[in-house]
Design a binder for this molecule. Structure first.
Ligand SMILES: Cc1cc2nc3c(=O)[nH]c(=O)nc-3n(C[C@H](O)[C@H](O)[C@H](O)COP(=O)(O)OP(=O)(O)OC[C@H]3O[C@@H](n4cnc5c(N)ncnc54)[C@H](O)[C@@H]3O)c2cc1C
Length: 387
């Protein structure tokens, strides 16, 4: 596997073990069937509990069954899962960073005890409902609302593009609390079997096909007071979760690019044209050299981000720069890998075009490339260019 400047030489024993476990899992359980799942538009749901048993959901959290591994170990895990497929990494990212993290950071003791062990083991599946049909890049414009009602709240509204919603047991729904002054955004734990909840599947996707995406409809859904996340109010709630998930994406995208690179490197050695392997042509070598360079630069950035996160110095703009750069890199380089495979490159028999198609989603979700550009612009100039 490409590790050109020997970054993995400095891994500790636990980090190596996690990398190797995830790599082996992907080789044995994901790669054989993932092309078929992509074609069919299905997710290998039988792997959900296995991934839980292997500790793939939020192992960087502490307590409630989570071992609190290093941020590098967590990043390596995301990298290996996305080398399998972005759908697989999305499953683990949503479950860990977008569902377990907010419960861990902002939940009551009862909520933590009830949900974290189940979610960590993959015995329950969660989803994160922020995006709405009319509010994607501008989630603070959300229209979903909650109103106090007796011993709890009644929720109304709709969320869309929600990873895992059709297979979820619980959704973290972000909604405006109309019963409080200034209508702050608050997080609600909504069990999907409550009356008034619907989770239709979105089927027309041409990207992230091996992932289940859906809507969340909320029609007069009653939740008790104890389902509100008590520890946070305002957009800080969902945005802090996105920072966690984007950290995983900055690592994960490298895995997709690396897998496409390895496939192209092998193909360049095996495929013969004009009496010898295509890898002997300078044009093909140049492509491999550029891919290896770009992947290595992205890895260096990810390792530095892990150091900052580990010591508590990681800021949202660090994550924006890393997510923006590494996903763009993966989007560009998976296309070069696809090109090197000629006609075979457009099939699901090889990974590059599947990764390339997935990158359209990864480039778009958790803040589009444009939005992260504006975050960086604001950081660099002090001037907001969103509106
Ligand atoms: C497969 C998939 C899974 C997803 N999973 C989840 C999930 O689990 N939970 C969840 O809450 N959401 C999820 N999303 C939603 C995702 O986060 C949004 O699609 C994303 O934030 C963009 O919002 P939008 O699609 O409404 O695009 P829009 O916000 O409408 O943007 C359209 C275009 O306009 C550009 N744009 C917008 N505002 C500006 C601006 N101020 N300046 C310049 N350009 C701008 C954007 O960059 C984009 O190119 C998922 C999306 C996909 C595709």
């Amino acid at each position: 596997m490409l590790d050109f400047v020997q970054l993995e030489a400095d891994l500790d024993q636990e980090e190596r073990l996690i990398r190797d476990t995830a790599r082996e899992f992907v080789e044995e359980h994901v790669k054989p069937d993932i092309g078929e799942h992509f074609e069919e538009g299905t997710f290998p749901t039988e792997l959900i509990s296995e991934m839980g048993e292997l500790g793939f959901y939020a192992p960087n959290l502490e307590g409630y069954g989570s071992p609190n591994v290093s941020e590098t170990a967590y990043g390596l895990l995301m990298q290996e899962l996305e080398a399998g497929d972005s759908g697989l990494r999305s499953m683990a990212s949503v479950q860990g960073a977008l569902v377990m993290y907010p419960i861990h950071a902002y939940g009551s003791e009862e909520q933590k005890e009830e949900w974290l062990p189940k979610l960590g083991q993959g015995e329950a599946v969660g989803c994160f409902g922020l995006t709405e049909p009319e509010h994607g890049s501008n989630p603070s414009g959300m229209e979903t609302y909650a109103e106090a009602d007796g011993d709890g709240y009644v929720l109304n509204g709709s969320k869309t593009w929600i990873t895992n919603s059709p297979i979820s047991d619980v959704a973290i729904v972000w909604a405006r609390d109309r019963s409080s002054e200034d209508n702050p955004v608050r997080g609600f734990l909504v069990e999907t079997d409550r009356d008034g909840v619907s989770t239709n599947k979105i089927t027309e996707k041409l990207s992230l096909r091996a992932s289940i995406t859906g809507e969340i409809g909320l029609n007069n859904v009653h939740v008790p007071e104890e389902n509100v996340l008590p520890g946070v109010s305002g957009m800080k709630g969902p945005l802090s979760c996105l920072t966690q998930a984007r950290y995983g994406i900055a690592w994960g995208a490298i895995g997709a690019a690396r897998d496409a690179f390895e496939e192209a490197r092998q193909y360049a050695q095996d495929r013969e044209q004009f009496g010898g392997p295509i890898g002997r042509f300078q044009l093909q070598q140049r492509k491999l050299a550029e891919m290896a360079t770009q992947i290595t630069l992205a890895q260096l950035l990810a390792y530095r981000l892990a150091e900052l996160k580990e010591r508590g110095d990681m800021q949202p703009h660090h994550v924006s720069l890393s997510k923006r750069n590494n996903v763009r890199m993966a989007r560009d380089q998976t296309r070069v890998a696809r090109e090197m495979l000629g006609g075979n490159g457009i099939t699901t028999d090889y990974s590059p075009m599947r990764h390339m198609a997935n990158m359209e989603t990864v480039y778009t979700y958790e803040g589009t490339h444009d939005i992260h550009t504006l975050v960086l612009g604001e950081e660099l100039t002090g001037i907001k260019a969103y509106q």
